[in-house]
Design a protein around this ligand. Structure first.
Ligand code: 5GP
Ligand code: SF4
Ligand code: MG
Length: 470
């Protein structure tokens, strides 16, 4: 059951805007800038003349929202979503935003993250007569909101959120207002901007730059924003909150031009590279990064070590991320489609190859082989994160424990498997220091669970809701 849920709602991107006549177009550009957060499906719901209308589909933003279709889309407010899924969780009914037309109200909902007690809540709701339309954990909140015995939407949302455990950034829209909520650990990034008189919400700040919006601030953990034509109000829906920002957002997931809690992602990655040079100096001729996230790290390592940075690997822009391909064999084929080694750069050289993380080890092994086939004399692999030994329950696809190469193998064994001349992972302390996320203040912490096994929330492993770590 957990596997089923985990596959559903991973690594998504959210964009919302309230109070702009070009809401549809702006949301299109916003979603496009967040495309790296999910390439499987996209959708938006628009509010216009007191009505909600939605459009969604499977594929990239440009595939779902063709020029022809965009002509018919307009509104003063919108929420949008880009979605990533692993095998089993696809299907049109799971594409967001969800749009519910009830007898007395309409409501749209979009979610980034993963609700860890969704199965338990779903079972309770079904026992009380709720009928689910999707297999997504996100729909649970819609039912909780409907069930709430309070009249106004804000109270019903607050009440619904109080039952949820895990990671969530929610955008909720009705004909008259937009609600924005972030879980009490603030596991996923979510920011507020303004564009003229309009409020803009996005998973990453890069979306603000693309649409010309001005960054205002990050949404706080446990915060609920209510935005309508009168303006914006902010509330807390939990008594206590403790930020545990996903470290993988810095390491791998976010775009280099985004800032998370005021820290630029490219700069953080470059510092991770410098820290790698502090922890491991290698005698080599060139440093090359595995695009895209490894490039910034490689630049930092080259700067600190004095070994020249070169483009030893080139990415084919027009192939989606390797992880999207569900089966192992497809994934292996995908790497070749996606990356090429530059023979002229690596032939006869001792190469330092820098990447952000090792999950299953498959991609890494293929790239090492590729570099050697292109003539590299030695390939030294540097990874800008510690070994990923524990699964993520919060919406990043680090797969089940058995699939994680570092959960079963030592660093030396992994080196052997991937065929590298040496392999170095960054230390947890080094990583935290390099990213520079200040720990002072209750809202500054970060999640390290996939490295340390120390989860910031309860996690539920089966239907009996056994809490194994809290
Ligand atoms: P592996 O070598 O373990 O097969 O794959 C690791 C590579 O996959 C890294 O280069 C990383 O950039 C990429 N990757 C793609 N999706 C994900 C993800 O969801 N989480 C992590 N940690 N890495 C991912
Ligand atoms: Fe991010 Fe790892 Fe925490 Fe998951 S477990 S939220 S990937 S830091
Ligand atoms: Mg990579």
């Amino acid at each position: 059951m957990l596997a089923e849920l985990k596959g559903l709602n991973e690594e998504c991107g959210l964009f919302g805007i309230w109070g702009h006549p070009d809401a549809a177009q702006i949301t299109y550009y916003g979603l496009h800038s967040l495309q790296h957060r999910g390439q499987e499906a996209a959708g938006m719901v628009l509010a216009k003349d007191g009505k909600l209308t939605g459009m969604k589909g499977e594929g990239l933003v440009t595939e779902v929202f063709t020029a022809e279709k965009m002509k018919n889309l307009s509104g003063n407010a919108a929420i949008g979503h880009v979605r990533y899924t692993t095998a089993g969780g696809g299907g049109y009914e799971n594409v967001q935003p969800f749009l519910f037309n009830f007898q007395n109200e309409a409501m749209a909902l979009a979610h980034n993250g993963n609700i860890v007690n969704a199965n338990q809540l779903k079972a309770q709701l079904e026992a009380q007569g709720s009928i689910f339309h999707s297999t997504s954990d996100t729909e649970v909140l819609a039912h909780l909101i409907r069930k709430g015995g309070f009249s106004d939407l804000k109270s019903r949302v607050t009440n619904g959120l109080s039952s949820l455990k895990g990671a969530y950034a929610f955008l909720i829209m009705t004909e008259t207002e937009m609600l924005v909520a972030l879980d009490p650990n603030g596991l996923r990034p979510l920011s507020l901007g303004i564009l003229g008189g309009a409020y803009v919400i996005a998973s990453e700040t890069c979306a603000f730059d693309i649409v010309g919006a001005e960054f205002v601030r990050d949404i706080e953990p446990g915060e609920l924003l209510i935005i309508n034509d009168e303006g914006m109000t902010s509330e807390r829906f939990v008594m206590s909150s403790q930020r545990a920002m996903c470290t993988m957002e810095y390491i791998y997931f976010s775009r280099p031009d985004s800032n998370i809690s005021g820290i630029n992602v490219h700069t953080a990655r470059k510092n991770l590279g410098k820290q790698l040079a502090v922890e491991k100096l290698i005698e080599a001729d060139v440093v090359t990064g595995v695009p895209d996230s490894g490039n910034s790290v490689a630049i930092g390592y080259a700067e600190a070590s004095g070994i020249p940075y070169e483009m030893g690997l080139i990415k084919n822009r027009y192939v989606g991320r390797t992880f999207i391909q569900p089966s192992q064999s497809l994934r292996e084929q995908g790497v070749r489609m996606k990356l090429s080694a530059v023979r002229g750069v690596v032939d006869g050289k001792r190469v330092v190859m820098v990447d952000d993380s090792i999950v299953r080890g498959t991609t890494c092994k293929r790239i090492v082989t590729m570099l050697k086939e292109a003539g590299a004399r030695e390939v030294h692999v540097l990874i800008s994160s510690p070994p990923i030994k524990n699964p993520c329950f919060y919406g990043i696809d680090t797969s089940s424990r058995e699939e994680l190469i570092a959960s079963e193998n030592s660093v030396e064994e992994i080196r052997e498997i991937i065929g590298a001349d040496s392999l170095t992972f960054l230390s947890v302390e080094g990583m935290v220091e390099a990213i520079g996320r200040p720990f002072e203040g209750e809202n500054r912490g970060q999640c390290l669970a996939c490295f340390t096994g120390n989860y910031p929330t309860e996690i539920y492993t089966n239907e009996q809701s056994t809490t194994i770590i809290s």
